[in-house]
Design a protein around this ligand. Sequence first.
Ligand code: GDG
Length: 483
Amino acid sequence: MSKTIIISNRLPLKISLEDDQLRVTPSVGGLATGLKSFHKDGDSIWIGWSGLTKEEIPDHLEDEVKEKAKAEDCVAVNLTEQEVEGFYYGFSNRTIWPLFHYFMEYTEAEYNFWETYKQVNIKYAKEVLKYYEEGDRVWVHDYQLLLVPKLIRDEEPEAIIGFFNHIPFPSYEVFRTLPWRESVLEGMLGADLIGFHTYDYERHFLSSVSRILRYQVDFNEITLPERIVKVDSFPMGIDYKKFEEAALNHFRGSEDEQSELQRRLDLHLEATPDAKLILSIDRLDYTKGIANRIRAFEYFLEKYPEFIEKVRLVMLAVPSRSNVPQYQRLKREIDELVGRINGKFSTVSWTPIWYFYRSMPFDNLIDLYTSCDIALLTPIRDGMNLVAKEYIATRTDHTGVLILSEMAGAAHEMNEALIINPNNFEQIALTLKQAINMPKEEQIERNKILQKRLKRYDVEKWAKDFMSALINTEDNRRSFESI
Ligand code: GDG
């Protein structure tokens, strides 16, 4: 029977080493959370990196790493420290990530990064080829593996290959600045189907293909000398049921059993029953607009001092890519901003910002989603933003207000949220005021529509739609052959 081979930079599980023992924990991040349910339910294997470098794995634990991965239908790709540096921290996160999010001033065109990126993409492709059998479908994910579709195609010309990009695809004028633009596009075009979150990203990609490679593009089809490649948008959904049920079954234990977070949230409610909690959750990344958000919140408190002691920003920033200089600088900037604003506005009984710099267990995430009256998500650029969708899914009594940046892919599907420009502090401050004062009936009306949409187009539907579009490309191929 044919299977699906999922391939992404990281596996949905993270293996770490503690006192000579291997520990397996779930990976945090959009792709892992989204695809996990598809992987669990279907006949598929997942190929990716476990999180431990070759040098970190003691010889006697090498087999155990493989077994731990295998137990979850995963295959761990073995990467050296130097490969992780050049491929992941280097080309992926210092070249492609900033460029594709329009941070051109952060984009480094470093030849050594590119060389390692190519080598590591070959390594991933080889791993796929070890497991590939005729009739299998290969689903390659994200910007770390842009060359993999072609590398597989070169060895298995008949393979059915899909590629999904989880981050934006920038406009031609930005993409054209990349020194290796032809190889990157050719790499992606090894796939039969290329998916993006939104129609805009799809359009940008098609325009780059037609202007850089000069291939014929008709609507959403690219004609290569030997094949047709289909391009389409598939806005990724969430595992709606999981979030809804977690919120419904949410158990606030006795005081001893409560987490520190639950206790603090309860204390807040007791002390200030009318005060509103404003939530933000992101990986600590410059694309997520965290510094902007804090500045906008400061502007809000200055402009509307009547809300002092009446609101609190609860900010969870999950450590991410801390080897990259920009992320280290951003961390310092946020620490300083939070310190300054808390110093400036705090009263004896109130601090305006609660800042958590860590990853939290899923239950705590649900604590936050269900306890906060408003979610304020202000990315400067974001492929989709699943947090926005998760917040809405957990609001089982339909209350809560989502304020969302128009620069997030999710904004295209979430018109009933309050949509803002993340650079416009005046507008954010006004919108915060509107959110705080929004009548319950209006909240309920907006959220019911959002929930219905998110429930219908969940992650399972997303994966199924992508897969059936991928299988349909076979017909494309047949009709191409008969021309
Ligand atoms: C990329 C694109 C696109 C966060 N903190 C914790 C935690 N999370 C989970 C959230 C959510 C996921 O991580 C974050 O997803 P996002 O979509 O918001 O962001 P990225 O990680 O940047 O994802 C993005 C996505 O890929 C999918 O295509 O939407 O645009 O950048 O699911 O719940 N989970 C746990 N603890 C935390 O502290 N357990």
